[in-house]
Design a protein. Structure first.
Length: 194
């Protein structure tokens, strides 16, 4: 099922309405869609390198808006729709674990999970279910999703379509490296005297 969906999504990236499709996939992925927009963003940035930044911004805006939809699902519909989505992605029965992690790490949970290949929709739904601070949720989502999409688009812009097989095989490692750099920068800013 996912292979067919992935093929159709990739086909949209080559179509005349590719940017709108990218927006739609980015929005939907933040609340329920199973595939990340990276599979469209990378090839689109490689095919039109002059638009890489625009595509990254499109992804970020749509993802944050979709994240607000996921937040609303968690806030208003967690017992019905939210739990069904979490269960579909293999996290059924782990709500208490997610909540405990959230209680301990708060906004860092959003920052780190937004960069990793762990489904971001889980973050958005759990954020809403826990009534996490909406301004902090928006800020953390904008930063983390923006960094992720900027990194993906820039790499494809810089290295072209030849990098696709490398990134696809090692997407988790690539995004983990971005997360480590982000945490390093934050720690450096906090502990280095100004």
């Amino acid at each position: 099922m996912l292979a067919g969906l992935k093929a159709r999504t990739m086909e949209l990236a080559r179509g005349p309405q590719a940017e709108w499709a990218l927006f739609g996939v980015s929005f939907a992925e933040s609340s329920f869609f199973p595939l990340p927009p990276d599979i469209m963003l990378g090839p689109m940035a490689a095919a039109a390198p002059e638009k890489w930044l625009r595509y990254a911004i499109t992804c970020t805006v749509a993802s944050v808006l979709g994240g607000l939809a996921g937040y609303a699902i968690g806030y208003f519909l967690f017992e019905t729709v939210g739990q069904a989505i979490i269960g579909f992605f293999g996290y059924a029965g782990r709500e208490l674990e997610l909540r405990a992690f959230y209680d301990r790490w708060g906004a860092w949970f959003i920052f780190l999970k937004g960069l990793t290949p762990i489904p971001y929709k889980l973050v958005t739904i759990v954020s809403g279910a826990m009534a996490f601070s909406l301004p902090m949720f928006i800020l953390a989502s904008t930063v983390t999703r923006g960094l992720r999409f900027l990194a993906v688009a820039w790499v494809f812009h810089k290295f072209g379509p030849a990098i696709a097989p490398v990134i696809e095989k090692r997407m988790g490692l690539f995004l983990l490296a971005v997360a480590v750099v982000l945490v390093g920068v934050v720690l450096a800013l906090k502990f280095i005297p100004h």
